[in-house]
Design a protein around this ligand. Sequence first.
Ligand SMILES: [Zn+2]
Length: 246
Amino acid sequence: MKRISIPFIGVVAGVLAMTATRPTTVRRWTAIPTVRSESAGGTVLPAFRGSRRDDDETRQIAKARLRDGEAGTYIPEILLERDSALARWHDRPLVPVTVWVQSAPALDDWNGDYVESVASAFRAWDAVELPIRFKVVPDSAAAEVHVTWIDRFDAPISGRTRWSRDDSWWIVNASIVLAVHHQQGEVLDRMAMKAMALHEVGHLLGLDHTTDPGMIMAPRVRVRDLTDKDKATIRLLYSVPAGPLR
Ligand SMILES: [Zn+2]
């Protein structure tokens, strides 16, 4: 089968801790060891459904919907990054995407909470109530999405997501690799790992980066949870078909 590799993102991301400085609501940003994420991939596969957006009317409706809904989202940045083409999964509200999260106790400094950190990240995206849901399953062979671990990347990154799409821009499978250590050796704590997982699952769903530093999809992740703008952006993405808009 012919496959064309299409690099779609080259990124660095960091995670900063938002730490209470005293037992009040006053908070400030406090740097913790940098967590970086790089997503690359996007392998085009032959279309398997007759949903190619060669229908100009469909394209115009999608463009209008994006224009109407773009306030409070970073969809315009993603369109710029992708040359006006959006990738996402097909709607499958009844059949969840199955996810297997590896346990890797043989890795130095492995934290048994990491698996739950990743599972909770998938649940957080599920809570947005998209037309796609996730289900963590124990059997790797049956899972569509694999989350695996390495000690550290050779580059200053801590996570990487790859997905494949068909030639109509529908994402058909994906995988995530997370590192236990930063390139320089610091260990990611449980909350930093969840933040990284939230960011990588955002890529898996079809999101790209935003220059807004307060978003989970910022290249340097400062937040620990999805924001209203993250949620509005993914909802808007899943309100239109995948594919080029021009
Ligand atoms: Zn990223």
